[in-house]
Design a protein. Structure first.
Length: 316
């Protein structure tokens, strides 16, 4: 059950049929883990006769690497993973995120926050709450006002404050993952009021991804399990903004030798797409990680032939 405040009518109905997407951050080239997500989402779209879109999530500009977006696109094309519509860049969609934030403000869902990470950590420590490594800190509500009032966001750009969404009590979100089955999360006790715009003025992933998916008419989201914990937050925002909820399918992560998620932060090696032979090797490794068996493995198989066989073999 989802408890939500008043909803905004859906601004546009999603396009008919299946619409999926792959949304990498340009913080470096594709590695084995990101190829697994790209391949899984591409195959699911193709198996369902749908469209597959590419979105470059370059919202966090300080972390973006010059040229990485173009390199990612070249790697995808080398692997035969072509997209169906014009590439969307989040950095060019600030107005859309501002409109959504203003709407939430009109619904009296937001409040400003001046807490630093250290302030939050100190408050949790005082309450005897320990945050495990690599997990987000649950916001204790330090800056939340007793009575929420609408604030004119246009005048707050220079105040260097973050903006958080004020969750209702007992905000429990349930959803069905197509791969993992029933999922649930209590946002109050497991997340707390979360940030939608940072104190440096950057919009957060949580808001941007929800707005983008709605405006692109995305019906199915296929991505890695590292993003599973974000799903309840995004569903809640969809509910408040009146957006249609897409289907979710979270794929198994590729781990390094230390059991950590393979990522650019852990210096993951980029996939080798220098020619068709090496690109096909990378695709086969990704498919094997997804549990796909009995795919063509001959030396004379082309990427086009292999992807066609993989599409026929794909099961969500």
């Amino acid at each position: 059950m989802i408890l939500a405040v008043s909803k905004l009518k859906n601004p546009s109905s999603p396009a008919d049929g299946y619409r999926g997407r792959f949304a990498p951050s340009p913080t470096g080239p594709l590695h084995a883990g990101s190829l697994v997500a790209a391949l899984g989402s591409w195959l699911d779209a193709r198996k369902n006769g749908g469209k597959w879109l590419l979105r470059i999530e370059d919202l966090d500009t300080p972390r973006c690497v010059p040229g990485a977006a173009q390199q990612i696109q070249a790697q995808l094309l080398a692997c035969g993973l072509s997209w169906d519509e014009e590439v969307v860049y989040q950095s060019l969609r600030q107005d859309a995120y501002q409109r959504a934030l203003q709407r939430l403000n009109e619904l009296k869902c937001l409040y400003p926050c001046t807490c630093s990470r250290q302030t939050i950590a100190n408050a949790l420590a005082s309450a005897g709450i320990q945050t495990p490594r690599n997990q987000e800190m649950i916001y204790p509500g330090t800056c939340r006002p007793i009575n929420l009032v609408s604030n004119p966001i246009e005048t707050l750009g220079d105040l260097k404050k973050a903006w958080r969404i004020a969750l209702p009590q007992n905000c429990h979100v349930e959803f069905q993952d197509l791969a993992l089955g029933p999922q649930s999360q209590n946002l109050n006790t497991e997340v707390g009021d979360f940030v939608l715009r940072r104190s440096d003025g950057l919009f957060t992933y949580q808001l941007a991804v929800v707005v983008d998916d709605a405006e692109q008419g995305i019906t199915h989201i296929v991505r890695g399990q590292d993003l599973l914990s974000n799903t309840a937050r995004q569903i809640y925002l969809q509910e408040v903004l009146g957006y249609k909820r897409p289907e979710y399918l979270h794929l198994p992560l590729v781990l390094d030798e230390h059991g950590e998620k393979l990522s650019k932060q852990t210096l993951a090696t980029q996939i080798n797409t220098q020619d068709e032979k090496h690109a096909l090797i990378e695709l086969r490794k990704a498919a094997n990680h997804l549990g796909m068996k009995n795919l063509p493995d001959g030396e004379n198989v082309t990427i086009t032939e292999w992807l066609l066989a993989a599409t026929h073999a794909w099961q969500s």
